[in-house]
Write a protein that binds this ligand. Structure first.
Ligand SMILES: Cc1cc2nc3c(=O)[nH]c(=O)nc-3n(C[C@H](O)[C@H](O)[C@H](O)COP(=O)(O)OP(=O)(O)OC[C@H]3O[C@@H](n4cnc5c(N)ncnc54)[C@H](O)[C@@H]3O)c2cc1C
Length: 492
């Protein structure tokens, strides 16, 4: 079987790795041949880190969610198990900027759902009206499940009011997706909350019940002797790699045969022919039995334009946001003491360019030299696309000014020049799961099913995180290997 993989981000790399395993193993499916086409001059897509004077600076993602296992599993398979580091959850505290001041998220908040009475009553994040609504929310009756999809903002407002949307849902979602709570799909982005609403009515009651079940399960696992726990496994909410997420990219690349990876080679078109696909790149067309398209959906739409107009239309309809990360490295003695915790999120209502700022040296210990501070700001998102056109100097200037306005009263050294700055722009890199996303992905799946030998993977479809992309990439490759093997089975 000959497979073309188009796009060398984590999704495409994970697919290539799975095919490499099958190729190396030989096996009943016969020879596995694959080629990974990557338009850029490096692999990894948005996953990209650099070491600067002993500090790990992440240009893109800094970690993956521990509860989604695919990324950590892959790291262990690649021999990176000892490099996995857990987030420093003992120091986990996140703030929301309210009128230029940091207000800590109340204890007991589970994603968007308040579960503890006293912290919810005493927090300065919400006014009295919202607190009363949060109490009355316990009385919500279960919702009939047949209602359609809706925006996250609509769901949250129905339960906790508009202030909870502005100070909680919007900043959290723009921090994760660069997205807008009034556009993102509740079913695609917060499926557990939708299920809880259908079953319990009250999200708070639903979350408390889920938490009780989780605790009982953890207890049962503990008393069974932790059989399912990986030795030395990282157990923070987030998991990262000691030397940066680039370690994963490098380890994957090292496993692939160099001759099978074509950097600087953008695929310009696909054409189904004779039970396979012609893949055109650099003016040359080559035949492959299977194609895994691991590009953003908008790029997949260009490739499939002449193949299926309806599929193309659906892919084009998936919106994307762009993001910018700005890393600033300081000497801790000169900067002064930052507030406790991992960093802060900025609601849109604050009217700032910054969406969030992570105190990197606190979130993961051992990735920043002692005595140094790394502040990582996120900008961009659907509401600030124009920022991408600004120069690095202007973006660093904006971040420094906003940091001073938000933290300047307590962090005296924010006026000093950072020792190092790094700016990264990611254009149209984050798919936005807009209202109706699951239905759209269903229609895309149905069209793809009519095009044998084609698979679409990447962050546009079934999960935006690194683990999701790895899972989708590996699964697509496994499906194709299985399809090839069953096609070779003698009939009867
Ligand atoms: C700033 C930022 C921070 C993030 N933080 C986190 C985080 O902390 N944790 C987490 O889990 N997730 C995070 N994410 C999300 C996650 O990193 C991405 O969703 C995921 O890495 C996307 O992988 P991908 O392979 O689908 O796409 P990409 O990384 O976008 O890769 C697609 C590749 O396809 C190539 N390509 C496009 N067109 C063609 C063509 N015609 N021919 C050949 N090649 C082509 C591109 O050059 C690119 O290399 C973050 C994302 C960003 C941008």
């Amino acid at each position: 079987m000959r497979v073309a993989i188009i796009g060398g981000g984590v999704a495409g790399l994970a697919a290539a790795y799975e095919l490499e395993l099958a190729r190396a193993a030989g096996g009943p499916g016969g020879a596995v041949e694959y080629t990974l086409f990557e338009a850029g001059d490096r692999l990894g897509g948005v996953v990209c880190s650099e070491g600067v004077n002993g500090a790990v600076l992440e240009r893109g993602p800094d970690s993956f969610l521990t509860e989604k296992p695919a990324a950590a599993e892959l790291c262990r398979e690649l021999g990176l198990g000892s490099e996995l580091v857990a987030s420093n959850d003992g120091a986990r505290k996140t703030y929301i900027v309210v009128k230029n001041r940091l207000v800590a998220l109340p204890d007991g908040l589970m994603f968007l759902v308040p579960t503890k009475l006293i912290p919810t009553l005493t927090t300065r994040l919400f006014g009295l009206g919202t607190k009363i609504r949060m109490g009355l929310e316990l009385l919500h009756a279960p919702r009939r499940p047949e209602h359609g999809d809706e925006a996250v903002a609509t769901l949250v407002e129905r339960h906790y009011g508009m202030e909870a949307v502005e100070r909680l849902a919007d900043p959290l979602l723009s921090g994760i997706f660069g997205g807008d709570a009034s556009q993102l799909s509740a079913r695609a982005v917060l499926p557990r909350l939708v299920e809880m609403e259908n079953e319990y009515g009250s999200l708070t009651r639903g979350m408390l019940a889920a938490h009780r079940k989780m605790r009982a399960k953890a207890k049962a696992l503990n008393s069974a002797g932790n059989e399912n726990r990986q030795p030395g496994a990282a157990r923070g909410v987030f998991t990262a790699l000691r030397g940066g997420m680039q370690q994963l990219v490098d380890a994957l690349q090292a496993r692939l045969e160099a001759g099978r990876v074509r950097l600087g080679t953008a695929v310009s078109g696909l054409e189904p022919v004779d039970g396979g696909w012609m893949v055109r790149a650099r003016g040359v067309a080559e035949f492959y039995d299977f194609v895994i398209v691991a590009t953003p959906a908008w790029a997949a739409a260009v490739l499939l334009r002449g193949v299926d107009a309806e599929l193309c239309g659906e892919l084009e309809q998936i919106p994307y946001s762009s993001s910018i990360t700005v890393n600033l490295v300081y000497d801790e003695n000169r900067l002064g003491q930052l507030p406790d915790g991992f960093g802060f999120l900025v609601p849109a209502s604050e009217g700032r360019a910054m969406l969030a700022c992570t105190f990197v040296h606190r979130k993961f210990l051992g990735r920043t030299p002692v005595g140094k501070v790394v502040l990582r700001a996120f900008l961009g998102g659907v509401k600030h696309e124009a920022l991408l056109a600004e120069t690095d100097g202007a973006l660093v200037g904006t971040v420094r000014r906003e940091l001073k306005e938000i933290l300047g009263d307590s962090v005296v050294g924010l006026g000093i020049e950072p020792e190092h700055t790094q700016v990264s722009r990611w254009r149209r890199a984050m798919a936005q799961y807009a209202v109706g996303h699951l239905e759209r992905v269903g229609r895309i799946g149905a069209r793809v099913a009519g095009l044998p030998g084609l698979r679409l993977v990447g962050n546009a479809y079934d999960g935006i995180g690194i683990s999701d992309c790895i899972r989708l990439g590996r699964n697509a490759a496994r499906e194709l290997i299985a399809a090839s093997e069953s096609a070779r089975q003698p009939v009867g």
